[in-house]
Design a protein around this ligand. Structure first.
Ligand SMILES: *Cc1c(COP(=O)(O)O)cnc(C)c1O
Length: 392
């Protein structure tokens, strides 16, 4: 008896023989799973037994990736969201209610600032921005209503370093939780939970995945912070897609090697740039003249990240000449790719700020942010030299 093409549901009972294990994790594209009976459906949906029913509530590729990330951060719990912003939204929606206040570092990622100071106020949650490098000002900004403090381990594009242990103390004294955006550092440079943070988010889109082909975010934290997180992720629809998780797991396999190499390259690039006459300022936490060098040495155990920021004396015209000449350094406003890329904060990440606000942060038309890749250091210096030769 043959099966007609349209008689495909229910699908044939085919499972691959299990005598060997695949070396690559299977990709589970299923959006929904078949339950044996009503009792099993009830047990699974109530959480009494472990397993999958519906992809928005959980799927194997997200759980595999979350478990690796949980271990990397020594977290009690971890979840994967559809983007870094979704992970940040999950933290906010799980922990904040109308009437609550949030204290936010004035240097956070533009979209993060928009989330906390533009979107959440519409839900009755207010935000105060403060320079979190100033611990006194941060303490003063916390009130009885403060529930959350958001900082970035290394800020964009000035690469200021947050003193996580000190900020955790300030936050806990105020009865609030410390949420750290660790995207610019990553777990090889910093594990904020070990320094006292309560929640950590990272955009896996960047260095963790490492190949510019994935959009994903990580939220991880201590057990005491977790009860409402899975509800927020599933209910607000912040869940991840299986294939993105599969790609990110693959990227994670080489993360340690990639980051070691890129960190070493970044130090070389920063030293090279700091001696060039076309450049008024080169910023890298690994340079002794960086304002947070001593803190970075202590907190990051000798790794200073993969991002270098520099300012061309010739301003925006010099940047345009640099971009046109340095064909081997794509102008691509993200970070964490295999290859070295550059971004221009004035026209990309910090476009939404007024000129005055940018000046206050130390950003002008000549500011360039370099995401250093894993090429040979010679190739990177050569590409930078080609760009700089064009701005003379
Ligand atoms: C990219 C980025 C985000 C947002 O992550 P997405 O994955 O793009 O949503 C948040 N914080 C920092 C520091 C980032 O660089």
């Amino acid at each position: 008896m043959s099966t007609k093409p349209e008689d495909i549901c229910p699908r044939p009972d085919f499972l691959p023989p299990q005598s060997t294990e695949p070396m690559a994790p299977p990709l589970y594209t299923a959006a929904v799973y078949r339950c044996r009976d009503t009792a099993q459906a009830e047990a699974l949906l109530s959480g009494d037994s472990e397993g999958y029913v519906y992809v928005r509530d959980g799927h194997p590729n997200a759980d595999l990736l979350a478990e690796k990330c949980r271990q990397l951060h020594s977290a009690d719990r971890a979840t994967i969201c559809s983007s870094g912003m979704a992970a940040l939204a999950a933290a906010a929606l799980a922990h904040l209610s109308a009437g609550d206040e949030v204290v936010v570092s004035s240097q956070v990622y533009g979209r993060s600032l928009s989330l906390f100071s533009g979107e959440l106020p519409r839900l009755g949650i207010t935000a105060t921005a403060v320079d979190t490098c100033d611990l006194h000002a941060t303490r003063a900004a916390c009130s009885k209503a403060t529930k959350l403090l958001l900082v970035e381990t290394i800020t964009n594009p000035l690469l200021r370093v947050s003193d996580i242990a000190a900020l955790a103390k300030v936050t806990h004294d105020a009865g609030a939780l410390l949420l750290v955006d660790n995207t610019f550092a990553g777990p090889l440079v910093c594990r904020p939970l070990e320094l006292g943070a309560d929640l950590v988010m990272e955009s896996l889109t960047k260095t963790m995945s490492g190949h510019s082909d994935v959009l994903l975010g990580l939220l991880c934290g201590r057990e005491a912070t977790w009860s409402r997180v899975p509800i927020a992720v599933a209910t607000w629809g912040l869940s991840s897609a299986p294939f993105d998780c599969w790609l990110a797991s693959r990227g994670l396999g080489t993360m340690a090697l990639r980051v070691e190499r890129a960190v070493a390259n970044a130090q070389v690039a920063a030293e090279f740039l700091s001696h060039r006459p076309e450049i008024s300022q080169a910023l890298y936490p690994g340079l002794p003249n960086h304002p947070d060098h001593a803190l970075a040495r202590k907190q990051f155990a000798g790794r200073f990240g993969t991002i270098v920021t520099f300012t061309l004396r010739g301003g925006r015209p010099a940047v345009d000449a640099f971009i046109a000449a340095s064909r081997n350094i794509p102008f691509s406003p993200s970070l964490g790719d295999l290859c070295t890329t550059l971004s221009h904060p004035e026209t990309t990440s910090h476009r939404g700020l007024s000129a005055g606000e940018r000046t206050a942060l130390g950003i002008d038309g000549g500011t360039v942010r370099l995401s250093v890749g894993i090429e040979s250091s010679e190739a990177i210096l050569e590409a930078l030299a080609v760009g700089l030769a064009a701005v003379r």
